[in-house]
Structures are given as C-alpha cells and as structure tokens.
Design a protein around this ligand. Structure first.
Ligand code: NAG
Ligand code: NAG
Ligand code: NAG
Ligand code: NAG
Length: 171
C-alpha cells in the first residue's frame, strides 16, 4: 500500500514536470488554459458571444497542456475570431475593455508565444488583429476628444500604430 502511494506520487511528480501548464501572462496576471477565454458574460460584447463561446469550448476541450490541439489551425482561428470580434467592438464603441482578455493584441501575442514555446510556431497572420472598424476614421476627430480609451486600446496593436503612421503620412 505504501509502495503504491509512493509510486503514484512519483508518477505525479514526473508528469507534473513534463507538462508545463499552457498559460498566457497579461500584465501581472497569468491565465491558464481553462481560464483563457472564461470571461464573465457581461465583459463579452453580445455580438461576439457565439464566436467566443465556441473558441472557449475549443480551448477547454483540448486535453490539459495538449499544445498540438491548442495550437492547431482550427483552434487558433476560432480564438482569433473571438478576439477580432471583441477588438472591433471596443473600437466601434470607443470603450475600454473590462478584462485584459477582451479584444486584446497582447492576448494573441501571448498565445502565440505559448505555442511557440511548445514548438508549434504560429505565423503572424494567424494571430494578428486588424483594425476593421468603420468608425475608425483617423485619430484626429472622433477619437482624441473622447479621451484615452481608444488610444489605449490601439497602443497595444502593431496595426494600430502603423495605421496612425499611415494616416499621418497621408495628411
Ligand atoms: C507557462 O508557460 C511557459 C511556456 O510558455 C512555461 O515555461 C511555464 O512553465 C508555464 N508556467 C506554468 C506555471 O506552468
Ligand atoms: C469559469 O469561470 C467561472 C466564474 O469565474 C467559474 O465558476 C468556472 O469554474 C470557470 N470554468 C472553468 C472551466 O474554469
Ligand atoms: C522544442 O525544440 C527544441 C529544439 O529542437 C527542443 O530543445 C525543446 O525541448 C523543444 N520543446 C518542446 C516543448 O518540445
Ligand atoms: C496566412 O497566410 C498563409 C500564406 O501566406 C495562408 O495560406 C493562410 O491561409 C493565412 N492564414 C490566415 C489565418 O489568414
């Protein structure tokens, strides 16, 4: 009996070491697989709910630390679809995310890093979020007077920055 318990302990210790948990760090918070898209309902824009629940189910139904599953094209596409939808909503409504996992370029970058660390390298276009918003008509009128929110959202986005550069070069 004691030997059996000992063997179990050894097995847990070994597998625990072999499988680092899949995680994404945003600011000071570390989000693990089950929490990655487990965002409180009200923080998800309603029009993105079905996208995001689908992506959340994909992530949660992969085995624990099963990076082949977490990083396969379908899974990553669904995650990007969810984040892209929320990103567009934030810009359209000029609101600040209530949760660091909402509409977040750093989220996609962290997801990409986690996959890369497990040797499932993702291409840039698998994780990039694009500025698709119709109401994004430049930083000079609609956006700046309302305050820093959209600017803050954009600050994390490479594409946002290049859009700004592009616009200022055109004007
Ligand atoms: C978080 O993921 C990294 C790889 O991206 C890994 O090295 C680290 O061990 C993971 N952290 C935990 C607590 O599992
Ligand atoms: C998702 O979050 C809710 C509330 O924070 C929690 O009760 C639930 O256990 C979480 N689900 C998973 C799969 O982690
Ligand atoms: C990834 O590949 C490198 C080099 O081939 C190897 O040293 C490393 O152990 C691999 N990491 C994982 C998590 O498979
Ligand atoms: C990324 O680019 C490759 C080729 O450049 C293309 O085959 C693939 O469909 C693209 N993926 C996405 C998600 O746009």
């Amino acid at each position: 009996m004691q030997f059996m318990l000992f063997s179990l302990a050894v097995i847990f210790a070994l597998t625990g070491q072999a499988l680092a948990a899949f995680n994404v760090t945003l600011g000071t918070k570390v989000f693990f697989q089950q929490d990655l898209l487990n965002i409180t309902g009200s923080a998800i824009p309603p029009s993105c709910a079905s996208n995001c629940y689908n992506a959340r189910n994909n992530i949660q139904s992969c085995g624990s630390a099963d990076t082949a599953c977490l990083c396969k094209t379908d899974t990553v596409d669904s995650v990007r679809g969810c984040q892209q939808c929320m990103f567009t909503q934030l810009i359209d409504q000029n609101i600040k995310p209530q949760d660091p996992r909402v509409g977040s370029t750093p989220f996609m970058a962290g997801y990409s890093t986690a996959c890369g660390d497990a040797n499932h390298t993702l291409t840039a276009n698998q994780t990039a979020l694009k500025v698709l918003s119709k109401s994004w008509d430049g930083p000079f009128d609609a956006v700046l007077p309302v305050g820093g929110t959209v600017v803050a959202v954009m600050a994390g986005a490479f594409l946002g920055i290049s859009a700004l550069l592009l616009l200022s070069n055109l004007s």
